[in-house]
Write a protein that binds this ligand. Structure first.
Ligand code: FES
Length: 113
């Protein structure tokens, strides 16, 4: 079973292959911002991949576009889009001077999709 180690605290989480780096963190109670709810539109879930880049899913165009909008390049990844394929991974949750703005987008009406 692969593991993800989250720096700087160093928590190690055993994960099922196919889970996102974000979901693995949240399942383990590790705080990781995810303002857009994991929809690849806010970049607040950004992490720096320190080890195991090849053990993550290939970056899709939507993720690359979001990172590019914030002038971020690999080793940055969006934790909500990077899926653990196998092997062990080390990611760093970058520090922030302040919390990101809250998502002020109103929720969709019931039944709308
Ligand atoms: S949670 Fe918003 S981009 Fe990942």
């Amino acid at each position: 079973m692969p593991t993800v180690r989250y720096l700087p605290a160093g928590q190690v989480v055993r994960v099922e292959p196919g889970i996102s780096v974000l979901d693995a963190a949240l399942d383990a109670g590790i705080g990781l911002y995810h303002t857009c709810g994991g929809n690849a539109s806010c970049s607040t879930c950004r992490v720096i991949v320190r080890e195991g880049q090849a053990q993550l899913s290939v970056m899709e165009a939507v993720e690359a576009q979001v990172l590019d909008a914030f002038d971020l390049r690999p080793p940055y990844r969006l934790a909500c889009q990077a899926l653990v394929l196998g092997g062990d991974i080390v990611v760093e949750i970058p520090g922030r001077e302040r919390a990101p703005r809250p998502n002020k987008t109103p929720p969709l009406p019931e039944g709308a999709v």
